[in-house]
Write a new protein. Structure first.
Lengths: 189, 312
């Protein structure tokens, strides 16, 4: 196991991502941040707080659980569903999907479907703390905290203080006989 | 979820029960949207096999399956080969041959869902069988109580009426005791089972014969329908007398604690077990129960069908 990002690295990355988002959007107007359960949720809150400091506004932020939109519902054991809450009507807004690790892109496909089911935003953007490659769908992030090319046999774990009591991103080797548990960041998802 | 079928509340443990109720909360949010649909069970077929009449349970399962994008086959005894005398087994084998992913079954015969589970290798959901069980009714009732009070453990739920003929009461007693609530039964002796211990499984259940004695400290007063269609001889002298002794009216409503609520699984016999003014009062959560039925059945369908291709 090796640590790729520490707490300061994560803090700086989020600060830069907040600046990038505001610059690309010409301000914070119309931005809605949706954090993908589980670790996208605190990341979205932190991003919203950063944007709030930069632009002196309150950015709407909410959690998004994509389980019901996944393409592998049949082949995974059903899990407890987490909250989905859109803080505002998404029509005419720019919805920013916030996730911890971008991997195959399938979670993001599911997230886009979930968002489009509740309304018609002007745009959907994607922010991810880590992009580890191995896309299976034509999806890319608009803003990336850190590109971390990995082997498929490795696992990236993002740990956040709100959930894991520590801020860090670590790389672990996955033993072939013990696939990553469902829902683990960077598990084949 | 550990359960692979829902024939009786017995199929669930306390953890599964909580998972169903938690999942239903998320499903409730979907029903509040403009587009009340998620693609989760796309390409899956749910068969509603209704061999006994039903309004709300059948409609509720139908809507629940459709909100999850499943294909729904509605099958009732009338208008099918059952009315030509096709056996239950042959009906089951026909469903199997058509490749259904789950069967929701309602039957007047106790044990029909269990029998069906021996013919079919898919999750079976009991939508009420004879005098036996009606698990999704109990789950939606628990969901309604939990939404109202915020918890189930420690609640005192008084179930009043036709206990012996009631599959709802059986499921209700099991589910409430599993969740840590106290159950109190009020009924004339003729409408109580002779051996209650077989029903209660060591749970916290007491029996009171006078409804007025049970009101003062009940959190929930749950009224059961007088099931005339299951009564082939007299269980009480007259409906007027039944109403006087066991019917819920404005006077008894006033005797309940201020925070207490009134529930009824429907369909109601207005003027028998409940007066119209109580049924229509804001303290009766009867329409909430119907509404919550959709979310709870969505949760059950999702938890039983999703992951069905995973090798156990």
């Amino acid at each position: 196991m090796s640590r790729l990002l520490d707490a300061d690295d994560i803090r700086r990355a989020l600060r830069r991502l907040a600046h990038e988002l505001v610059e690309a959007n010409h301000g914070a107007d119309g931005l809605v941040l949706m954090g993908i359960q589980t670790r996208g949720v605190p990341l979205a809150r932190r991003l919203a707080a950063n944007i709030g400091e930069i632009e002196d506004v309150e950015v709407p932020v909410g959690p998004l659980d994509v389980t019901l939109y996944r393409d592998d519902v049949a082949s995974r054991p059903p899990r407890a569903l987490a909250d989905t809450r859109f803080p505002v009507d998404v029509d005419g807004t720019t919805v920013v999907i916030v996730d911890d690790v971008l991997f195959t892109g399938r979670t993001i496909r599911a997230a886009m479907d979930a968002i489009l089911d509740v309304g018609r935003p002007d745009a959907i953007r994607l922010v991810t703390l880590v992009d580890r490659g191995h896309r299976e769908l034509p999806i890319r992030a608009d803003h990336v905290g850190k590109n971390l090319p990995t082997a498929l046999a490795e696992r990236i774990s993002v740990r956040l203080a709100e959930i894991d009591d520590v801020d860090e991103v670590v790389l672990e080797a996955v033993p072939t006989h013990d696939p990553a548990p469902a829902g683990e960041s960077g598990a084949r998802a | 979820m550990k359960a692979t079928r829902l024939i009786s509340i017995d199929d669930l443990d306390a953890e599964d029960l909580a998972l169903v109720l938690d999942t239903a909360e998320v499903m409730d949010e979907i029903s509040a949207r403009r587009i009340k649909k998620v693609p989760t069970l796309r390409g899956r077929t749910v068969c509603n096999l209704f061999l006994e009449d039903s309004t709300r349970t059948r409609l509720s399962f139908d809507i629940a399956a459709k909100r999850l994008s499943a294909d729904v086959m509605n099958f009732s005894a009338k208008g099918s080969s059952v009315s030509k005398g096709e056996s239950f087994k042959d009906t089951a084998l026909t469903l199997d041959a058509m490749g259904v992913d789950t069967v929701v079954v309602r039957s007047g015969s106790s044990g029909a869902p269990l029998q069906l589970s021996q013919y079919l290798d898919v999750p079976i959901l009991n939508a009420g069988d004879g005098w036996h069980q009606h698990p999704t009714q109990a789950l939606l009732d628990l969901y309604t109580m939990r939404s109202h009070f915020g918890h189930l453990a420690g609640l005192t739920v008084t179930i009043c009426g036709d206990i012996i003929h009631s599959r709802v009461a059986r499921s209700e007693i099991e589910a409430l005791t599993l969740a840590g609530a106290t159950v109190r039964l009020v009924a004339p002796d003729t409408l109580l089972p002779t051996d209650l211990s077989a029903w209660t499984d060591g749970g916290n259940v007491e029996v009171i014969t006078d409804l007025d004695d049970a009101l003062g400290d009940s959190d929930v007063l749950y009224l059961l329908r007088v099931q005339r269609e299951r009564m082939h001889r007299a269980f009480f002298p007259s409906t007027r007398e039944y109403h006087r002794l066991y019917g819920m009216d404005a006077r008894r409503l006033a005797a309940l604690p201020d925070h207490a609520i009134v529930m009824h699984p429907g369909p109601m016999n207005r003027g028998v077990e409940i007066t119209p003014d109580v049924a229509d009062s804001p303290r009766a959560l009867i329409t909430d129960q119907v509404n919550n039925g959709i979310a709870v059945r969505m949760a059950c369908l999702y938890l039983l069908i999703a992951g069905s291709e995973v090798d156990a």
